[in-house]
Design a binder for this molecule. Structure first.
Ligand code: NOJ
Length: 477
């Protein structure tokens, strides 16, 4: 009897064979995610303008094996088949991104009706398949025309983004209820405007994204400010156009994970997590830059007004965060920073990308720390997933046992956070299909569905079968 009550309160249900199946709350969204440039192809179709990725990917030496998004998985033309594949996989929610230069080929001015029509048809197809559409307005493909006028260094880009967001609210908001503003602000700002150096097996590796600039700290901080301002202005504009939409960012959460769960280390992890996200989530969720940030940045601080801050801090319906890895394990420290980083050892297990240490407990600590730091109304995990060395067997299967292990581990940790009362409403696995992993090219496969890039054949992997069963039973299988 006691066990029964305990199991119920922890969201566990009995499984065939006597074991228990950890189950998720009712209406939990079992989702899957993609982004326009990584899958669509058709870069010039139906009046689309160039994006910074169309330009950047064609600069010799920037992309692994010279890969580009010119064709990608040809989703622009095959979207109906792709929706069918997702329906058959038991996908309940699909997070896709809208390509800004399909809608505004010049970034501003006259919208392109054919671009809008593509996403309108996609949304109809999803709804017919019983899949809830979640739109992302910016997944890094800035119109090149805006880059030519200064890109994110220009404050005008934030206003142009709000105008584009408002148009989308008007055109798609009758059917799409949830929108994410910008994807991974910290990564596109830093990797795109100065490059981010990460440690891989003890060595420094620099990661770059379009437009591939090398700016000063002051300039990068101003770019950060324009990105959060774009988020805030978009939220205001969308609410004005269509009240009732559910809105939030899809940022990347830089988490400090306590290396050992002690009260002092958890406190250190909170301090670390706030510090790591001070230019982004912290200002979006508090409406102010922390004193610690402004003091440390000194003369490199961004220029901003009080009106900017109140737009940036606009109330949100939820916060979306991509979580793959922590920024670092941390422990308590007496020094001024309030935490000390604990580097992973050289033999720490890894998933398929060089940066991807296997630390599944970040899916517990990330949401838990967000909840204690900022108390958002709701949380979506807008991405987690892993790359794997997926190969077709002679029978035509892809047995990605490592991805199944990874997904089970991260979902168990997320389940733990939810069981403790953290309001996580859904999870979107990256990614539905193998796709262009930015400068990493097509060789780094993240999909639950394998793509043969020569024939465009779609083959659901073992992980897709896992997803189907987990989604059907709303639990960890
Ligand atoms: C986050 C990005 O949003 C997505 O575009 C990328 O492919 C995945 N991380 C995997 O690196």
């Amino acid at each position: 009897m006691i066990n029964k009550i305990h199991f119920k309160s922890k969201n566990l249900t009995s499984n065939a064979g006597g074991s228990t199946l950890p189950t998720f709350p009712e209406r939990f969204f079992w989702g899957i995610a993609t982004a326009a440039y990584q899958i669509e192809g058709s870069p010039d179709a139906d009046g689309k303008g160039k994006s910074i990725w169309d330009t950047y990917a064609h600069i010799p030496g920037k992309m692994k094996n010279g890969d580009t998004g010119d064709v990608a998985i040809d989703h622009y033309r095959r979207y109906k088949d792709d929706v069918t594949v997702m329906r058959e996989m038991g996908v309940k929610a699909y997070r896709f991104s809208i390509s800004w230069p399909r809608i505004f080929p010049n970034g501003v001015g006259e919208p392109n009706p054919k671009g809008v029509d593509f996403y309108s048809r996609l949304v109809d197809e999803l709804l017919q398949a019983g899949i809830e559409p979640f739109g992302t307005l910016y997944h890094w493909d800035l119109p090149q025309a805006l880059q030519d006028k200064g890109g994110w260094q220009s404050r005008d880009t934030a206003q142009a983004f709000a105008d584009y967001a408002s148009l989308i609210a008007g055109q798609l908001g009758d059917r799409v209820k949830h929108f994410f503003t910008l994807n991974e602000l910290q990564n596109f700002v830093d990797m795109g405007h100065r490059g981010t150096v990460i440690k891989v097996q003890g060595k420094d590796v620099r990661i770059e994204l379009a437009p591939g600039l090398q700016l000063s700290t002051a300039q990068v901080n101003q770019v950060s400010h324009h990105a959060v301002l774009a988020h805030g202005l978009a939220v205001q504009a969308m609410r004005a156009t269509r009240p009732g939409l559910l809105l939030g960012p899809a940022d990347v959460l830089f988490t400090g994970v306590p290396i050992i769960d002690t009260p002092a280390n958890v406190r250190a992890a909170e301090i670390a997590t706030r510090t790591y996200n001070e230019r982004f989530l912290d200002v979006m969720l508090t409406g102010r830059y922390s004193d610690a940030y402004l003091q440390a940045a000194g003369p490199d601080s961004p220029k901003f007004t009080e009106a900017d801050l109140s737009a940036i801090g606009s109330p949100l319906d939820f916060v979306g965060v991509n979580i793959y890895i922590p920024k670092s394990y941390v422990e308590a420290s007496e020094d001024a920073k309030g935490f000390r980083e604990v580097p992973t050892s050289l033999t720490h297990p890894k998933m398929g990308s060089p940066w991807h240490s296997f630390i599944p407990e970040v899916l517990y600590w990330g949401p838990r720390l967000m909840n204690s730091l900022w108390k958002p109304k709701a949380i979506y995990i807008t991405e987690n997933g892993c790359a794997a060395n997926d190969v077709l067997t002679p029978e035509g299967r892809v047995l990605d046992t490592d991805r199944v292990m990874y997904l089970r581990a991260v979902m168990s940790n997320l389940h733990r956070a939810i069981s403790e009362g953290v309001p996580v409403k859904g999870n979107f696995i990256w990614s539905a299909f193998d796709n262009l992993e930015w400068t990493g090219g097509f060789g780094t496969r993240f999909g639950l569905v394998h793509i043969d890039f020569k024939t465009q054949k779609r083959t659901p992997k073992l992980s897709a079968a896992w997803f189907k069963e987990a989604s059907r039973r709303n639990g960890i299988v």
